[in-house]
Design a protein around this ligand. Structure first.
Ligand code: NAP
Length: 550
């Protein structure tokens, strides 16, 4: 057996500040976290080294992390039933939690999160999810497919860790990096991340709020609605902002700086669409910045001011002088509500699209692009998103063809020029009629809308980037008026027709730029501040006045 204590002698590559923060967090853990790394010489040497270096750095930071390394041919590997390298096995005496691959990139968040939860020996689930976990009667073998470039993945992976810690008697977890485990990903037809299977049944595509994850795990079927069973904790505040994209976060900063108690609620990943934008080139002050990096900077800044309730989905809102906002976890009572709910990607609405979602059809090139390296894909659309995604895919080695229904791109000239200088093939005047395949996408049927020709086009992936639709469900539930195009109607102060309810960002329509969304969030927060000091809806003719200015 080839056990050796590893890591302490290696140099760290995490950087002094990160190391300092991690040391403080790890040293405070009440329990050691034992991690066994399984490697095999000659198999995935580069990844084995990356895993050894990463975990070694962690073990060097704090004595609380105890790392051992074993060969894949060792007795320990046989005992633990580990069959691929690198694999990380966490605290096997207590839990069944393993990571297949290297948790680098975005997955660093998963690694840190799981170490903290294991070190505290708690899944730290909220009351509602715990109830579901406690009543679960039979075994669940969980598999969460992730990739290092996916900003949504850590949320879902951590959901799995929480479940495996809360119910170690019945839940086992494998977090599987699809880039280093392509065969397994193929077997499960997992071509988008995160994707979650329990007992080999697909229970979730995408990241879920914790309660929905627990409910999906219990029912072995993806759940989209969670109704809390009891009255949860109540948070009294001045302002609730729904949405943690650029508009919501900017509104949060300005609201707190105006002296208002503020809560930002976000059901999924922070940063909205920016988090999955490969590169942003028009955010003033940054010539070129990955969308996720920009989001990280923005989130750190926002967290200096405002409390963010992430992973909570708003399930009910009631207008009034005291606006009630209910999530799966708690109830908020506020004097003002800012809807910065953004927009969700538009679907092509062609046969095969829903069927092959996650099995070749994707809406996130940053997340899923690496899976299609050396494979042929089409990107559909002619706007900034389609062009940015086509360029990203091309640059990471995906054979990319842009399919656009017109004979000219709508994207900014600077971006469009890059399509041609990179020799990316464009099929003009072309529409997707159908997406076909068996287990996964193998071809699309295209139609040239000028000649009428319909023909099959073999591809392994379809990236849809045809724009966004505003998320207006909450607005509708509140009785907020929408514009004929379906966006939230508002005046120049971002007031809606419902007193105390404001809007900001992509849900308002308009230019849909990061800077404009932030500007709208800022304006909305400042209007809230002014209106709470001098409520326009109590002054004579206030609402009529507002309606006039819309
Ligand atoms: P967009 O600008 O609305 O463009 C959507 C594209 O998809 C258009 O070319 C449209 O074709 C096509 N399309 C729409 N429905 C379709 C369908 N059913 N079948 C085939 N094609 C269809 O959307 P976007 O590119 O996602 O951008 C959204 C907003 O975000 C824009 O305001 C954009 O400026 C902004 N954005 C900015 C950046 C940046 O500044 N770097 C990056 C990404 C997004 P038609 O041309 O025929 O309408």
């Amino acid at each position: 057996m080839a056990e050796k204590r590893a890591g302490r002698e290696q140099d760290s590559f995490l950087g002094a500040e990160v190391e300092e923060n991690l040391r403080a967090a790890f040293d405070a853990l009440p329990n050691e976290v034992r991690v066994a790394l399984f490697t095999e010489k000659g198999q995935n040497d580069v990844l084995n080294k990356a895993a050894r270096d990463l975990l070694g750095s962690f073990a060097k930071i704090s004595k609380k992390i105890v790392l051992s390394e074993f060969d894949l041919k060792s007795e320990e590997a046989r005992k633990q039933n580990v069959t691929s390298a690198p694999t990380l096995v966490f605290d096997p005496q207590r839990y069944s939690i393993r990571y297949l691959g290297v948790p680098y990139g975005e997955e660093g968040r998963t690694l840190v999160g799981m170490i903290l939860l294991i070190g505290f020996r708690t899944g730290n689930m909220n009351e509602q999810s715990l109830k579901v976990m406690k009543r679960m009667g039979s075994g669940r073998e969980l598999k969460v497919f992730v990739s290092p470039t996916c900003p949504y993945c850590p949320e879902q992976a951590i959901n799995g860790v929480r479940a495996a810690i809360e119910r170690p008697d019945i839940v086992s977890l494998e977090i599987i990096d699809i880039q280093s485990n392509q065969e397994t990903a193929n077997r499960y037809s997992a071509f988008s991340v995160p994707q979650t299977f329990a007992n080999d049944i697909l229970i979730a595509q995408g990241a879920q709020p914790e309660e929905l994850f627990a409910a999906s795990l219990e029912k072995l079927e993806q759940q989209t609605v969670f109704i809390p069973e009891t009255d949860a904790e109540i948070v009294e505040t001045d302002v609730v902002i729904v949405g943690g994209g650029p508009a919501g976060l900017a509104a949060g900063i300005y609201s707190v700086r105006s002296g208002l108690r503020t809560a930002v609620i976000e059901r999924g990943a922070l940063g909205g669409q920016v988090a999955t934008t490969p590169v942003v080139e028009n955010y003033p002050g940054f010539a070129r910045v990955p969308g996720k990096t920009l989001v990280d900077i923005l989130v750190s800044h926002a967290l200096e001011y405002v409390q963010i309730f992430q992973g909570e989905e708003v399930v009910e809102v009631k207008p009034g002088e005291r606006i009630e906002v209910r999530t799966g976890r708690r109830k908020y009572i506020a004097r003002a509500l800012v809807l910065a709910t953004g927009a969700i990607y538009k679907k092509l609405d062609v046969p095969g699209e829903m069927n092959f979602m996650g099995r070749g059809v994707s809406y996130c090139a940053t997340c899923d692009g690496p899976l299609f390296k050396n494979r042929k894909v089409i990107v559909v659309g002619g706007g900034n998103s389609a062009v940015t995604e086509a360029l990203h895919l091309h640059h990471i080695g995906v054979q990319t063809v842009l399919v656009h229904r017109r004979n000219g791109l709508r994207a900014q000239e600077h971006l469009a020029k890059n399509i041609f200088s990179n020799n990316i093939e464009v099929l003009w005047d072309t529409e997707v009629v159908e997406i076909k395949g068996k287990e996964k996408v193998s071809e699309v049927v295209l139609r040239n809308n000028r000649t009428g020709e319909v023909y099959p086009f073999p591809v392994q992936g379809v990236f849809v980037a045809i724009g966004y639709e505003p998320s207006v469900d909450l607005a509708r539930a509140l009785g907020v008026e929408l514009t004929p195009e379906g966006f939230i109607g508002h005046d120049s102060h971002h007031r809606t027709n419902v007193p105390g309810v404001y809007s900001a960002g992509d849900v308002e329509g308009g230019y849909k730029q990061i800077v404009t969304a932030m500007g709208q969030g800022t304006e909305a927060a400042l209007s809230v501040f002014e209106d709470l000091a001098h409520p326009y809806w109590t002054s004579e003719g206030g609402v009529a006045q507002m309606n006039k200015s819309r």
